[in-house]
Ligand binder design. Structure first.
Ligand SMILES: [Zn+2]
Ligand SMILES: [Zn+2]
Length: 247
């Protein structure tokens, strides 16, 4: 991958959104849009898509001796409060670059490729069907600064790609403006997001709904778990999670 990415590429892509060519956010080569192709097919092929057996809680592919039963060593260290988890790809360099463009450059159009992304990870579409997608919220101050919540964008792109059996409900709020988890270790992450979330008073969620918490990346699961805790405290029982990346 080209490490010296040109800073203006995502900005130009945003401008070129309405014409027929754009630049692949990974290799920066020209892409001719044919419905869904913001990332060129060659680059999409290089992403570490999750296929086959994976950890039932975080979705990372099963390999080696790290797995006991159905979950990975990392998930077994946590007291995870959701029942299942899936991710689309493992966060290698190309995937990092994609998530970065979405999160920090507001390149939402990358998510329009979602239909072809779901095709690359067997079972993912079925996993989302019939669920209520709840994006992990940003604190209103961070939302004000960034201007958008990428998890909400991801949830809507899932809904569009899967169809009307899926619904998005933005019903969690972040009470504490916690620092970013990036630099924190496992236990610090847990403390950082403890009691950070709450359920909005007005919501249409029913106890029997199948909830799917949505975030961009699964790292230790601390943030998603803090959200699941809130929902469990309110008596919701069917809680799963889904993310784009793992790592
Ligand atoms: Zn490319
Ligand atoms: Zn796991």
């Amino acid at each position: 991958m080209n490490n010296k990415k040109r800073w203006w590429v995502p900005i130009l892509n945003r401008t070129l959104n309405f014409v027929f060519t754009s630049f692949c956010p990974i290799c920066e080569g020209k892409v001719f849009k044919d419905g869904y192709s913001y990332v060129c097919q060659e680059c999409l092929d290089t992403l570490a898509w999750v296929r086959g057996t994976s950890c039932k809680l975080c979705g990372i592919p099963m390999s080696g001796m790290d797995f006991s039963g159905l979950s990975c060593a990392s998930c077994r260290e946590e007291n995870l409060l959701f029942d299942r988890g899936k991710c689309l790809f493992v966060m290698e360099d190309q995937a990092k670059s994609l998530i970065h463009d979405i999160k920090y450059h507001g390149a939402r159009m990358i998510l329009r490729d979602m239909t072809s992304w779901l095709d690359r990870s067997p079972g993912f579409r079925e996993y989302l069907e019939g669920t209520v997608l709840i994006p992990v919220p940003l604190h209103r101050r961070r939302l004000g600064k960034r201007g958008f919540n990428q998890s909400e964008w991801i949830a809507h792109s899932f809904r569009k790609a899967v169809g009307p059996s899926v619904e998005v409900m933005d019903i969690l709020k972040r009470k504490k403006n916690t620092p970013t988890q990036t630099e924190l270790d496992r236990s610090e992450r847990k403390v950082n997001v403890k009691n950070a979330f709450a359920l909005k008073r007005r919501n249409r969620l029913r106890k029997e709904d199948r909830i799917m918490l949505i975030d961009d990346v699964f790292t230790t699961g601390a943030t998603l778990n803090a959200c699941a805790q809130v929902l469990r405290d309110h008596g919701f029982k069917r809680i799963n999670i889904a993310t784009l990346g793992h790592g």
